[in-house]
Design a protein around this ligand. Structure first.
Ligand code: GLY
Length: 428
């Protein structure tokens, strides 16, 4: 190469470096880029390992120790022994826990792939997202749970946003019809569960299924879906919350719509504040306000957000599995509750004048989840992205383990964060 060619090449390189420098966000987002890259690598590994399986990843099998559970619940073993699931067989411990399409969490793995595609534009993520979403097609004919919103909106709903095609509308609408078939007009709510001794159980988690109904109204122009969602949201405001805006987990209704009982199923006790329940609650009312624009829902979301910010006392803002759990080194966290809160708070920050406090809180959560305590090194954690969530401690299930929904809401939170800050993955 002669000198003039060399100079020209150097000039081009310098110019390219300057242009790419100008496009780079000026803050240090190495934490964000690392989290995205780790997520893609983990999702890629999991998709490859599940290539020929009709199963989806849910968690890792872990065991529990009854004495530890007693310390966490601060109650005698006899108070919860009947609800405990048996410990897994020894050979399962540490292995990936898979699930079928009718499990309430089936939409989260395809949903994580859709977010990874949306964030990066990586076609491998898109192909896998479409493949795992298609597995859930039979769920659109299913009626036996309220969790249809989680299952179909996170999979097909995100497909409709990020890679629309003609079949998605029919799936969403059929599922929404099945979800509203669980609505009882005399009670004014959607029935959550078909098991247990409750007359008509409604859990706070059910607020998360309303997005599917708002979506169905948008797709069809038929308000019947939205009206069921509004009735359910109003009934839940009336009975699920304590004066401090913390939420009961389960409220069961008599057939005339009066309250039969208020209880917990996954929290420490009936009057405690189960961390994920508070996160579902704030997320649910943020979604209602997005779609209905009734300020009742915005006020409810703001009040729950304040409760969360007051009650979570951990330095890194990743809550204990229940706000009332012992303040002890051994008490498990729930990274899923933090991720759900972060995704909700970012959206809430756009709805109120003093939104920066919610945005900053969410950013702290996302940065902390992106640190080495929570973010798994590539190739570990059975392919899950985050560590340290808690599924259902009083049932002895998924304690201090990864969860597919922690990963999903983490990616949703990162995606919302990037949208608001106008950060593009290619510029990181
Ligand atoms: N919806 C069940 C849970 O949050 O564990």
């Amino acid at each position: 190469m002669n000198y003039s060619k060399l100079n020209l090449t150097m000039c081009i390189c310098l110019l390219a470096a300057m242009i790419s420098c100008n496009n780079k966000p000026k803050d240090d987002y190495s934490w964000l880029k690392n989290s995205i890259d780790v997520s893609v690598a983990q999702l890629d590994m999991t998709s490859a390992e599940l290539a020929d399986s009709a199963k989806l990843p849910r968690s890792i099998w872990v065991e529990y120790d009854s004495a530890f559970l007693c310390r966490q619940i601060e109650a005698d073993y006899s108070t919860f022994k009947d609800s405990l699931r048996p410990n897994p067989d020894a050979e399962k411990i540490g292995q990936r826990k898979l699930t079928g399409v009718y499990d309430w969490t089936s939409g989260f793995f395809p949903g994580s792939l859709w977010y990874a595609y949306h964030i990066t534009g990586n076609d491998q993520m898109k192909d896998q997202a479409a493949k795992f979403t298609n597995l859930l097609y039979p769920v659109s004919y299913y009626k036996d749970t309220h969790d249809l919103g989680f299952m179909i909106n996170c999979s097909y709903g995100n497909a409709g946003l990020f890679s629309p095609n003609d079949t998605i509308k029919a799936v969403i609408v059929r599922t929404a019809d099945n979800l509203i078939s669980r609505f009882d007009p005399a009670i004014g709510a959607i029935r959550s569960w078909d098991f247990g001794t409750w007359n008509f159980p409604v859990i706070i988690d059910n607020m998360m299924n309303l997005d599917l109904l708002f979506n169905a109204t948008k797709l069809t122009g038929d308000n019947k879906y939205k009206e069921v969602a509004i009735a359910h949201a109003n009934k839940t405001i009336a009975h699920h919350f304590r004066p401090d805006y913390s939420s009961y987990h389960v409220v069961s209704y008599n057939s005339d719509g009066t309250v039969e009982r208020k209880q917990t199923h996954q929290g420490k006790n009936d009057e405690s504040s189960w961390a994920r329940g508070q996160a579902w609650a704030v997320y649910g009312y943020v979604s209602c306000y997005r779609d209905i624009k009734d300020t009742t829902y915005l006020s409810q979301a703001v009040n729950i957000a304040e409760l969360i910010m007051n009650r979570v006392k951990t330095a890194d803002l990743i809550p204990l599995w229940d706000y009332d759990a012992p303040d002890a080194e051994e008490t498990p966290r729930d990274a899923s509750a933090a991720a759900i809160t972060a995704a909700a708070f970012i959206e809430l920050s756009t709805m109120v004048e003093d939104g920066s406090k919610y945005f900053d809180y969410a950013e702290t959560i996302l940065r902390n989840l992106s640190g080495e305590t929570y973010l798994a090194p590539v190739g570990t954690n059975q392919g899950f992205i985050l560590k340290h969530s808690t599924g259902s401690l009083p049932n002895g299930s998924e304690i201090d383990a990864p969860l597919n929904y922690a990963d999903y809401y983490f990616l949703e939170g990162l995606s919302r964060y990037m949208d608001i800050k106008n950060i593009k993955y290619k510029d990181l």
